[in-house]
Design a protein around this ligand. Structure first.
Ligand code: AHR
Length: 505
């Protein structure tokens, strides 16, 4: 059984330039993301600083542009100064967010060393849960001030004379969530975020500041929170955050496959709210979205249950979800949504990078491997270039409990006028039938097909494991052909595809 989908593509359907920051990720002191994730002295691949070079290589292959750190929920109880100075003098502390013990072996200086090796940009989150303006200024001065004041001299004494020049700063994390240490009402958060931002800008007017938005679209305060926070903080911040995690729940596969509908709705709603505040305050500047946590996460599974009682382990196995072929298709679709909104999504962070709901998995002392989700991220990051183009689709629809009626296909394209490279990212998110792709590419001139790959598995629940890391990988899709200006081919049910074309020399 199959149905036809028609794609209308044109270089005039320009959204915005592709932003490298769309391809950010996230490293939190949570479970094994840091310890035995990026950092494992004694591992056969560890370098002189204790970083796993196998993980560094996979991070580069993934095409990560920026990395948010150190949390997450963790940051709302974190004392940044515990993580600097001689390692043997650093205190261990209880991390209330994940009921774990934080040894503080890795802190800001180690993270910045890792960032340099990975070739990524740092994004640093400050603690506005248990702490406030003073500690925010302290960590900012430690990180960014030139030598000559107490905290920058401390940094130099710790072996890092040159300022780090961290540009992107998150003003707390998920402060709307009752689970957050130091959770706040919109008014309380708006106050402290505005004052922290004002002080940070007195220190360095060039910083790029992200206010906390809602933790997801189901929060009771969604919309009202963004309105209250931006009404007060508008002049002092550049971005407002969005976080979203999706999973198949109660066997409702159809709603899960349509998850990107929620991401579209989320971004459109936050943009509308930000622009409402802009109109109300009569400002010129536009607030952008920092989608600084997004992924598939099976939150209700045992893997996500933190330790309890007297058990406060260091780096426990937590949130180690194993991703299926279907998860990778939904994940690829979320990236399509983020790219499509490049006019207003200025930054995004896949949560997280290693072991914790991650595209990269490691065995302590052993191997590292790629989850299914690694592939759509790496390919999109590598081949999205130039301008993002909106794609108009004529596709069948499917019914689902969460969104009602959803399109069976979704797509976005990028067009690099200079090099003549056209990349099309397309999902068939219907569970039942193959889609017959049909696209007229005449608006792009004389093109040739470079490559067509599809991620699909007969069993949508098939996954990659340490023992079988190649179970689900993208494979050449030989059905895709270009005859004259007409691109045609088959997109199997529950699949993600990338089709690359280039101007004929
Ligand atoms: O990424 C896992 C957790 O999800 C983060 O710590 C928190 O910010 C969010 O709720």
């Amino acid at each position: 059984m199959s149905s036809r989908i028609t794609l209308a593509l044109n270089p005039a359907f320009r959204v915005a330039p592709v932003r490298r920051r769309t391809f950010g990720a996230f490293v939190e002191h949570l479970g094994r993301c840091v310890y035995s994730g990026i950092f494992e002295p004694g591992h056969p691949s560890a370098d002189e600083d204790g970083f796993r070079t196998d993980v560094l290589a996979l991070t580069r292959e993934l095409g990560v542009s920026s990395v948010r750190y150190p949390g997450g929920n963790f940051v709302s109880g974190y004392k940044w100064e515990d993580g600097v100075g001689p390692v043997e003098q650093r205190p261990a502390r209880h991390d209330l967010a994940w009921h774990s013990t934080e040894p503080n072996t890795v802190g800001l200086d180690e993270f910045m060393a890792w960032v340099a090796k990975a070739g990524v940009e740092p994004m640093y989150a400050v603690n506005l849960g248990t702490r406030g303006i003073e500690e925010t200024l302290d960590v900012l001065q430690y990180a960014n001030a030139p030598e000559g004041i107490a905290l920058s001299d401390e940094r130099a004494a710790n072996g890092h004379a040159a300022p780090y020049g961290i540009s992107m700063w998150c003003l707390g994390n998920e402060m709307d969530g009752p689970w957050q240490t130091g959770h706040k009402t919109p008014e309380e958060y708006a106050r402290v975020a505005t004052e922290a931002a004002r002080a940070m800008r007195q220190e360095d007017p060039g910083l790029e500041l992200v206010a906390c938005g809602s933790s997801n679209t189901s929060m009771e305060t969604f919309g009202a929170w963004e309105n209250a926070v931006l009404t007060e903080a508008y002049d002092h911040v550049d971005m407002i955050s969005a976080h979203a995690y999706y999973s198949e729940q109660d066997g409702d596969q159809a709603s899960f496959l349509a998850s990107a509908d929620d991401m579209d709705y989320y971004i459109d709603s936050v943009v509308a709210t930000a622009d409402h505040v802009r109109a109300k305050l009569k400002r010129d500047k536009r607030i952008m979205v920092s989608f600084d946590e997004w992924n598939i996460w099976y939150q209700h599974r045992a893997e996500s249950r933190p330790p309890s009682g007297e058990d406060w382990p260091i780096a426990p196995v937590l949130l180690e979800d194993t991703y299926s072929a279907m998860d990778a298709v939904v994940f690829g679709n979320l990236l399509i949504s983020l790219l499509r909104h490049s006019d207003r999504v200025a930054s995004a962070s896949l949560a997280q990078l290693v072991n914790v709901i991650a595209p990269i998995m490691t065995e302590p002392g052993g191997a590292s491997w790629k989850q299914t989700t690694f592939h759509p991220f790496a390919l999109t990051s590598r081949h999205a270039a130039g301008e993002v183009l909106d794609v108009r689709l004529d596709a069948p629809t499917f019914e689902n409990r969460r969104f009602g009626t959803s399109s069976a296909a979704d797509a976005v394209a990028t067009w690099d006028e200079g090099s003549g490279a056209l990349s099309l990212f397309v999902v068939n998110r219907g569970a039942d039938e193959q889609l017959d792709l049909d696209a007229d590419l005449s608006a792009f001139g004389d093109l040739e097909l470079v490559e067509a790959v599809t991620l699909h598995h007969e069993d949508p629940y098939a996954a990659n494991t340490n023992d079988a890391p190649e179970t689900v990988t993208p494979a050449a899709n030989d059905s895709i052909t270009l005859a004259g200006d007409r691109l045609t081919g088959d997109l199997p049910a529950i699949s993600w595809s990338m089709i690359r074309l280039a101007r004929r020399a």
